[in-house]
Design a protein around this ligand. Structure first.
Ligand code: ADP
Ligand code: 5GP
Length: 185
């Protein structure tokens, strides 16, 4: 069995950069990996499933979790709240899993502060044009929601400098191979 350098692998990318696709491919290829399912106040997309893609919470439920200190980290992203639930991560670690986080750049940096050996990977699309094309093709957001996501890119690219590695997600299989090379011992 392959060994990973860290129990925590964090993927961040601008929206449409490919982090969800990559995280899902990694867990498919490695039984010992598992994705941390976040909580969010964002509206559920039609194809999404409660407890599989996210735990969808009301703003009040989310605040209650904040007050009860249930989050490892949480952030406001694109006008909604997103957070990593401590008990979910603890459960995965107890089961011996390597945990993949698909979270925003600020959340990634918070994880690194708490767990310095976490590996932070910033996923970049090959170009802005390709990113827009992928977002349009994904058809999961309105044009307004896409524009809101694109406005955050400059900030996200600045934060990428604080990551351990930056990976250009051009050919998906090549991206996966690159990540595996980086995270294996
Ligand atoms: P994110 O989770 O970062 O918002 P997704 O994983 O949803 O991004 O990817 C956005 C879209 O781009 C999806 O439709 C996905 O199938 C597609 N995609 C991801 N990686 C690639 C790639 N390397 N080449 C082409 N399309 C890709
Ligand atoms: P989306 O709405 O496209 O699913 O996600 C929007 C952004 O929120 C993405 O950058 C995603 O990685 C981020 N995100 C998802 N879950 C979490 C989380 O638990 N914490 C933080 N900080 N960001 C998250």
């Amino acid at each position: 069995m392959q060994k990973f350098q860290s129990r925590f692998i964090v993927l961040s990318a601008p929206s449409g950069g490919g982090k969800t696709t990559i995280a899902k491919m990694l867990v498919k290829r490695h039984d010992e990996m598992s994705i941390s399912i976040s909580a969010t106040t964002r509206e559920k997309r039609p194809q999404e499933k409660e407890g599989k893609d996210y735990f969808f919470l009301s703003k009040d439920e989310f605040s209650e979790n904040v007050q009860n200190d249930n989050f490892l980290e949480y952030e406001e992203v694109h006008g909604d709240y997103y957070g990593t639930l401590k008990n979910r991560v603890e459960e995965l670690v107890d089961r011996g899993k390597t945990v993949i986080f698909d979270i925003d750049v600020k959340g990634a940096i918070s994880i690194k502060k708490k767990y310095p050996d976490a590996i932070l990977l910033f996923i970049k699309p090959p170009s802005l044009e390709e990113l827009k094309a992928r977002l349009n093709k994904r058809k999961s957001e309105s044009e307004e929601a896409i524009n809101k996501r694109l406005r955050r890119i400059e900030f996200e690219y600045e934060q990428a400098e604080k990551f351990d590695y930056i990976i250009i997600n051009d050919n998906l299989h090549h991206t996966i191979e690159q990540i595996e090379d980086l995270i294996w011992i």
